[in-house]
Design a protein around this ligand. Structure first.
Ligand code: ZN
Ligand code: ZN
Length: 338
């Protein structure tokens, strides 16, 4: 037991997803995600029988469904009026509904279900209203439901395992460092061994997690697009390419006929590219993406470097409208490679 705890403390992995941030033992991995800003979901599995599961909702980020909602949203955006705050939701009844589902599963398996819910408490310097809960039934769980007054999210999170698992220890670590919104206007994104940060107003648009290749694509209407990529086994993958060719061909550099330059990145030799979106089709697509604004993201910048310490290749690329300041230097510096 002692050894296991020592080992898991020695290597912890950062999990970051749209402002939600916590750490898990180093051998746990993300196995389920949703990229929806209004209704998020994240599951991180241990190599054994334990896992962490989070669900969050933020009604202010829901896509408008009716014409009236579209009009109201548009008017708010134009006048820069924030969504009205409806205050702390009824956490207890949300939690009861959640635990009912867990109870149903336990009963199906012929198990007796017991749960304990602690009285409502205020945490995180007054930012959060929360209920802690534990249950036993089909295994055991320890978790928390809370509402954050800063980002107006409601999050329900729990660590689940079998009776033999050290669920309480893992829960103490997971919840001890749990964050539900970014800091200084940046959101941390961490999955597998990619740890990076992106300005909080960019939303995740697509993600790809393959063995040896990770990709996250972000989008912010007035600011443009950001793509983060990481390849494993750099020494084998890059054998036939220079870094410049890698950024040009494996990433999207060459399409923009950029000027390439050598530059140091995070202590490694790297290459930087600056170009423009070319061709009618690509320019029309950029304009369509920007609508209703008429400022398409046509300025291209790319950076690539190889981290010898970890044998990984990184590429950060962004497209922005002319006149929008570039976050590239910060994106590279916040992309942790070793
Ligand atoms: Zn928050
Ligand atoms: Zn490095």
């Amino acid at each position: 037991m002692k050894d296991r705890r020592a080992a898991s403390e020695a290597t912890r992995a950062l999990i970051g997803w749209d402002g939600i941030r916590f750490t898990v033992p180093g051998d746990w991995n993300v196995t389920g995600v949703s990229a929806d800003r209004a209704e998020g979901y994240l599951k991180v599995d241990s190599p054994g029988t334990m896992f962490v599961q989070l669900k969050w909702s933020d009604p202010s980020r829901a896509a408008p469904r009716t014409l009236m909602e579209v009009v109201a949203r548009g008017a708010r955006l134009v006048r820069r009026v924030p969504q009205p705050d409806k205050g702390t939701p009824d956490l207890r009844s949300m939690l009861d509904a959640y635990l009912k589902e867990t109870e149903k599963r336990a009963r199906k398996g012929g198990q007796t279900f017991n749960c304990k819910v602690k009285p409502e408490s205020v945490e995180a310097n007054g930012e959060r209203t929360a209920h802690n809960f534990t249950w036993t039934g089909a295994g055991q769980g320890q978790g928390k439901i809370w509402y954050c007054g800063v980002c107006r999210r409601t999050v329900i999170a729990q660590v689940v395992g079998q009776v033999k698992d050290p669920v309480a220890d893992i829960a103490a670590c997971v919840f001890g460092e749990m964050r539900d919104h970014g800091e200084g206007g940046w959101n941390a994104w961490g999955a597998f061994d990619l740890v990076a940060s992106v300005p909080a107003d960019y939303a995740l648009r697509a993600h790809k997690f393959m063995s040896g290749y990770l990709r996250l694509e972000f989008w912010c209407r007035p600011k443009g697009r950001i793509v983060l990529e990481r390849w494993g086994l750099a020494n084998l993958a890059r054998r036939k390419f220079t870094l410049r060719e890698w950024l040009g061909r494996m990433a999207e550099g060459d399409r923009h006929r950029p000027e390439y330059a050598d530059a140091a990145m995070n202590g490694h030799p790297g290459v930087r590219a600056r170009g423009q979106v070319r061709g009618v089709v690509a320019r029309v697509a950029a304009l369509r993406d920007a609508l209703p604004a008429l400022r398409p993201a046509l300025e291209y910048e790319g950076c690539a470097w190889e981290c010898e310490e970890t044998n990984k290749l990184y590429a950060v690329q962004l497209w922005r409208p002319r006149g929008v300041p570039t976050p590239m230097a910060d994106l590279v510096a916040r992309c942790e490679c070793h």
